[in-house]
Design a protein around this ligand. Structure first.
Ligand code: SF4
Ligand code: SF4
Length: 373
């Protein structure tokens, strides 16, 4: 549902939005400053947002920088993604306790929380939609993911700037958020005025908006909001040519570029951890010393580890750096299409920023495209 009626809310009303959501039982999760980065965490008020801060990103580089205004959302995506709330990095699934009759199994999956996600960017809405395909729309539904997904209220923020690592335009995932949210805000700072142009994308969003002090946006305000996203689109940091990409990668599995990237790749797995669509997990048994109690934990895994492709009797079937990087990139950009009908990449650029040696997925594709075997 897209509601074309735009409302303007002045900056102080952001506090009322937080309060309304909290009164409806939502915990607010939003960008906030921690450890010299902008991360997602539970917050209480708009003053917990990274007000007056921005970031500078490039391959293998992330720095915070002070702004000369009080913008609340003037930065790009950081090392966290919203998947940590839908697919927690570590989660107990069940536990078993030994008693006189044997073992009693207990479901330990945590209940979903009502979460209001504030500041979700267009590429991130697309990443959530991709994970919905994996966890809700496939043959195996993940019950925690589904329950948590049904308990989200999403406040999107239109991007007012692109990082040097962003390439959402190439992936058709941004920068304008046009669906998948309950409310979408465009932040505007003008001489002596700080306000948001807001639109509802769901009935729930409309209800929340109706309870806030707003006024219909003027044509000038709407045009200003549109111009901000347009300017972001024009300043995209990178591009990735997706034409025929599936075939290109399938036909170049032995391209020399994979050896080149293998010399730079540390197989640290950072790219998979920060990626908003990567979803691989493993499970671990954790027993106590008595052997009477065991817990079954799920945690994020990465295709960059040796254990990931370990097969009994064979060992790791992807033992080289080359095979692991190739597996990751061809899954993102090629085999994902076969599995789920979309690309596995939304162009957020996180894997470029957070790769220690600055390996750049757009550059790797371009190198193969330029000189296919
Ligand atoms: S591509 Fe970069 S982030 Fe990914 S595993 Fe290799 S070194 Fe780590
Ligand atoms: S592959 Fe890289 S750019 Fe694409 S969605 Fe994942 S982290 Fe973002």
């Amino acid at each position: 549902m897209a509601n074309e009626t735009k409302q303007t809310l002045e900056r102080p009303v952001l506090q009322a939005l937080f309060l309304h959501l909290q009164e409806q039982g939502y915990d607010i999760v939003a960008p906030t400053l921690r450890d010299a980065a902008i991360v997602y965490d539970t917050v209480n008020t708009p003053s917990d947002l990274p007000i007056g801060w921005t970031d500078e990103q490039d391959a293998g580089r992330y720095r915070l920088k002070k702004r000369d205004d009080q913008a609340a959302f003037a930065y790009n995506v950081g090392p966290h993604s919203w998947k940590k709330y839908l697919l927690p990095p570590r989660m107990k699934l069940w536990e078993a306790q030994r008693d006189q009759k044997g073992f009693t199994m207990l479901d330990a999956t945590p209940p979903p929380r009502k979460l209001a996600l504030i500041g979700v960017r267009s590429c991130e809405l697309h990443a959530i939609a991709i994970q919905d395909t994996v966890f809700i729309e496939g043959t195996c539904v993940d019950p925690f993911y589904k329950a948590q997904r049904e308990n989200l209220f999403i406040v999107a923020v239109q991007c007012g700037q692109a990082a040097k690592t962003c390439f959402c335009i190439s992936m058709n995932t941004g920068p304008k958020a046009d669906s998948g949210y309950d409310l979408a805000l465009t932040e505007i700072i003008e001489e002596g005025r700080h306000y948001f142009v807001c639109e509802a994308g769901s009935e729930q969003g409309q209800d929340i908006l109706a309870g806030l002090e707003t006024q219909p946006s003027s044509e000038t305000e709407k045009n200003t909001a549109n111009a901000i996203v347009e300017k972001t689109a024009q300043s995209m940091g990178r591009t990735l040519d997706t034409a025929n990409i599936k075939t290109l990668l399938y036909e170049n599995l032995e391209h020399p570029r994979w050896n080149d990237v293998a010399e730079r790749c540390l197989t640290c797995g950072n790219c998979t951890m920060v990626c908003p669509t990567c979803f691989c997990t493993t499970v671990e048994e954790v027993t106590d010393l008595s052997g009477d109690h065991t817990e079954h934990w799920r945690r994020w895994d990465s295709c960059f580890t040796m254990d990931f492709s370990f097969i009994h009797g064979e060992g790791s079937v992807r033992s080289s750096n080359k095979s692991r990087y190739r597996q990751w990139m061809t899954h993102k950009l090629a085999t994902w299409h076969d599995q789920f009908g979309t690309s596995g990449c939304v162009g957020c650029g996180r894997c470029i920023t957070w790769c220690p040696p600055g390996i750049d997925i757009t550059e790797e594709v371009a190198a193969i495209r330029e000189n296919p075997v």
